[in-house]
Design a protein around this ligand. Structure first.
Ligand code: PAF
Length: 286
């Protein structure tokens, strides 16, 4: 696996693979990779012949009070993870390579509606930063397909809309969330949790599962389900940011007649903000 740092080297390597008739798969990341990221690369390797991953901690998607400087940079370990998962080329650009004229004058891509509410409400500008960097990366790599984690459910919806609205010729694949044995969704931010917080953290997924079970058994009192779960999360030590039941396709607040639902949560444990979700399609046999 080669690592390149410039757009020029990236384009040359991808052009070589294309000239050999290879289908290009792409996995964008911010590094500090775990088994969840490895699963994205494995999926890309199953669907494409040449897999490109990127590691770029994108300042444009971090708010002024967020953890940009603290975000772990673990390049050597990440290269090993990518290699083992079947990646062929790593693009690891600097901020200057991505934003040569500075971020102030950078053209932005914004996806209305889907970017609003949920994480968009707590993190103003976040999805514009994501949509902008993903658009740039897609133009640099020009992949046939790209794989994203379903853990970032709203991000995946924003990227699907971006691709559709801008007619980008990239197939978007959503890969299921990888969880620890106790149910906690794998995330780079789990590394910030101390031992006590790590023991509490699985309650997040338990609360999603409890809501899902209640809905499956016919309960449609969404506000009571949410109030009850928020109460339980607070009792064990979380500070809930949002907990909502939405239509999985539109991300609009779910109505009692909706069949394709997603329950989304963001909550703080100390200073660490964890997110998770559970997709529940009441018409699906699985
Ligand atoms: O999900 C992430 O790691 C990032 O938001 C992404 C998609 C790599 C864009 O910076």
């Amino acid at each position: 696996m080669n690592t390149v740092k410039t757009v020029r080297e990236l384009r040359a390597a991808v052009a070589r693979a294309r000239s050999e008739g290879k289908r290009i798969g792409f996995v964008p990341t911010m590094g500090n990779l775990h088994r969840g990221h490895a699963a994205l690369v494995t999926k890309a390797a199953q669907r494409a012949d040449f897999v490109v991953a990127s590691i770029f901690v994108n300042p444009l998607q971090f708010g002024p009070s967020e953890d940009l400087d603290k975000y772990p940079r673990t390049l050597a370990a990440d290269q090993e993870t990518l290699l083992q998962a079947g990646c062929h080329l790593l693009f690891a650009p600097t901020v200057d390579e991505m934003y040569p004229d500075g971020m102030g004058v950078q053209t932005r891509v914004s996806v209305p509606h889907l970017s609003e509410g949920l994480c968009g409400a707590s993190r103003p500008g976040h999805f514009e930063g994501v949509a902008t960097v993903v658009s740039k990366l897609f133009n640099m790599v020009q992949p046939d397909l790209a794989v994203f984690g379903q853990k970032d459910f709203q991000q995946l919806a924003v990227i699907r809309a971006l691709v559709r609205d801008l007619n980008l010729p990239v197939q978007i694949i959503g890969e299921p969330t990888v969880r620890a044995a106790d149910g906690l969704a794998l995330s780079s931010r789990n590394g910030y949790l101390n031992e006590e917080q790590r023991a509490i953290a699985p309650a997040l997924y338990r609360s999603l599962s409890a809501i899902a079970e209640a809905i499956v058994s016919g309960n449609r009192d969404f506000s009571a389900l949410i109030a009850n779960a928020n109460q339980q999360l607070s009792t064990v030590g979380f500070r809930p940011d949002y907990l909502e039941i939405r239509n999985a396709l539109t991300l609009r607040p779910a109505t009692v007649d909706d069949r394709d639902l997603v329950i989304l949560v963001a909550a703080y444990l100390g200073a660490t903000r964890l997110i998770d979700n559970l997709h529940l399609n009441l018409d699906s046999k699985a």
